[in-house]
Design a protein. Structure first.
Length: 235
């Protein structure tokens, strides 16, 4: 089974490499997929086995390839002296820099805006946020696991859209936009912390805090569920 899976992964990568020159012109379409098959020399039946949905599966593979490149660069970067907000910003910048041609991403944004593929697009953005938090060592095991990824997904999604239209030298305007968005998230997190520590507000936060601790991330419970309730309070 593993050998078969690896073979399909290699086939998908070969098709993806071949599709790169066609996507900017034909999008993530059947035309691009057929051209990739012809250029790569992959057997059409094997190509369909590796990518049952054709170019859509290649678009998904392209996004995940970018996540892998981002994670690789982060692993090679010494972030010991960096503030956490700067680590997050660096991760997003690395993710954007993993793309050589904005038009390929623009075509992907168009594809995943379609109703039938919107869920795929949302899942990919969530996956990127999850990858960033995981690489940066997030150890949350309650509702914060979800809120962190939801916040970063929003920041990442907005930054990508801004970046697609950015024509400033070195995408400097995108970097400034990203810093502002992360700054907003950090201010919100600081406000939440202040509310929890305020003795006058303590009676109003006990219930929500307890409830939040009962919500567990997927890796802490069953993997086939999006989350779960703890059987009992941790304390």
């Amino acid at each position: 089974m593993t050998e078969t899976t690896n073979g399909l992964d290699q086939t998908r990568e070969a098709l993806l490499d071949a599709a790169m020159m066609h996507v900017p012109f034909d999008g993530w379409s059947e035309a691009s997929f057929r051209a990739a098959i012809a250029d790569s020399g992959v057997d059409p039946a094997l190509a369909r086995a590796a990518c049952p949905r054709g170019a859509v599966d290649l678009a998904v593979a392209f996004h995940k390839r970018g996540d892998d490149e981002m994670a690789r660069r982060l692993a090679q970067t010494d972030m010991t002296e960096m503030r956490f907000r700067d680590k997050v910003a660096l991760a997003v910048r690395y993710r954007l820099e993993a793309v050589d041609d904005k038009e390929v991403v623009r075509r992907g944004a168009t594809l995943f805006a379609l109703p039938q593929y919107a869920a795929d697009g949302s899942k990919l953005v969530w996956g990127t946020a999850d990858r960033i938090w995981t690489v940066l060592g997030d150890s949350s095991d309650d509702v914060n696991w979800y809120t962190k990824r939801a916040s970063l997904s929003a920041v990442y999604g907005a930054t990508v859209l801004y970046w697609l239209g950015d024509e400033s030298p070195g995408n400097s305007a995108t970097s400034e936009f990203l810093d502002r968005r992360i700054g907003g998230v950090m201010r919100f997190e600081k406000l939440k912390s202040q509310v929890r520590k305020n003795p006058l507000l303590k009676p109003f936060t006990i219930g929500p805090d307890w409830l939040g601790r009962q919500i567990k991330p997927p890796h802490a419970r069953r993997r086939d569920m999006p989350g779960s309730w703890a059987a009992q309070a941790a304390d």
